[in-house]
Design a protein. Sequence first.
Length: 133
Amino acid sequence: MVQDIPAGTAEDYYNRGNKYREQGNLDQAIYDYSKAIKANSKYSKAYYNRANSYVKQGKLAEAIEDYTKAVEINPLYTEAYYNMGNTYEKQGDLEHAVEWMQARVDYERATGHPEAENYAARVEEIRRRMTGG
């Protein structure tokens, strides 16, 4: 059982939070990610996963704060850029959605990532919606 997983270090809390999230217990996952962040304020993955949990709860502003913190800590955390773009899109802020998603596209193209063009197509779809096309 998840509650039997010991926690004490940032990594312990993070891992336990992942287990809770997998089970759909988002409140407990968020609690453990928060404990991980308290233990290590530079834990970008904990911010990222807490943001993902917030999105599932519909707490989009909180999610954007955590995605922002994740990329401040790790500027190469391209998943956070893309998820932040998706979150802005859910809020109806297509301009910011494109901005953040495009950052991932640019990085993935520069590094030869095989999914770069799929991400780019998604950005173009949003741009078309912005212009009514």
